[in-house]
Design a protein around this ligand. Structure first.
Ligand SMILES: NC(=O)c1ccc[n+]([C@@H]2O[C@H](COP(=O)([O-])OP(=O)(O)OC[C@H]3O[C@@H](n4cnc5c(N)ncnc54)[C@H](OP(=O)(O)O)[C@@H]3O)[C@@H](O)[C@H]2O)c1
Length: 191
């Protein structure tokens, strides 16, 4: 069964964006880019592929799941389908006018559980925090790009999820000269 992988950039203190939804404070250049642009090139949006002149490999992920607030920055930039190389599933409790390439779901837990039964590369949980909070019990692997900055406030990794400890097993850490550490955790019982 393929995995639901929450691959996300996060601050030292566990925020994925600032209080207004921006993430400029998390953007730093450096040697971790080799992983972001290489191993995880499937998780780059269409404009990044165009700017970098690279083709998404299609080997790490074939599906992205995101919350409505994570799609809206792309819409504001005039990009209705930010990940056209992936199947794009967007959680919303409202009827929304979206590009044909986007599938809306008002029950992301059921949708993800169904998708996980299919064969293929893994499913990327892009975020944001609210959706990740709802999907927390279904996350098989956490890959955190931990940036060396403390925001103090912002959008938490799991939104306002209720207190309910879920243990993960540390599978590895990769520190970079940039100060970024890529931390990988798996749900107990996964290989
Ligand atoms: N650092 C990173 O790598 C990273 C990655 C992704 C996102 N982000 C940032 O995170 C921020 C967005 O996070 P967020 O927590 O505010 O929002 P979010 O999870 O992206 O979206 C929240 C919206 O998604 C829908 N939704 C969420 N859970 C749902 C559920 N269980 N059932 C049905 N619909 C559901 C609802 O949409 P409706 O209101 O339409 O019902 C809800 O208002 C953005 O600023 C984004 O830039 C950062």
């Amino acid at each position: 069964m393929r995995e639901l992988v929450y691959y996300v950039a996060v601050s030292i203190d566990g925020y994925i964006a600032d209080p207004d939804g921006g993430f400029e404070a998390l953007l730093i250049d450096g040697d971790h880019a080799s992983v972001v642009f290489g191993e995880f090139a499937d998780a780059l949006p269409v404009q990044a592929h165009a700017a970098l002149g690279i083709e998404p490999p299609g080997t790490r992920f074939d599906t992205v799941v995101m919350g409505w607030n994570t799609l809206t920055p792309a819409l504001a930039l005039g990009i209705p389908s930010p990940y056209p190389h992936l199947r794009q599933v967007v959680a919303s409790r409202h009827r929304r006018d979206v590009a044909p390439a986007i599938t809306l779901t008002d029950d992301p837990v059921a949708t993800v559980r169904r998708l996980k039964q299919e064969d293929g590369p893994d499913i990327w949980l892009c975020g944001g925090g609210e959706l990740a909070g709802a999907l927390r019990p279904d996350i098989d692997r956490l890959i955190l790009k931990r940036y060396p900055v403390a925001l103090g406030s912002g959008i938490p990794l799991f939104g306002a999820a209720r207190y309910e400890p879920h243990r993960f097993t540390l599978a590895g850490t990769r520190p970079f000269e940039s100060g970024v550490v890529i931390e990988e955790y798996i749900r107990p019982g996964r290989a």
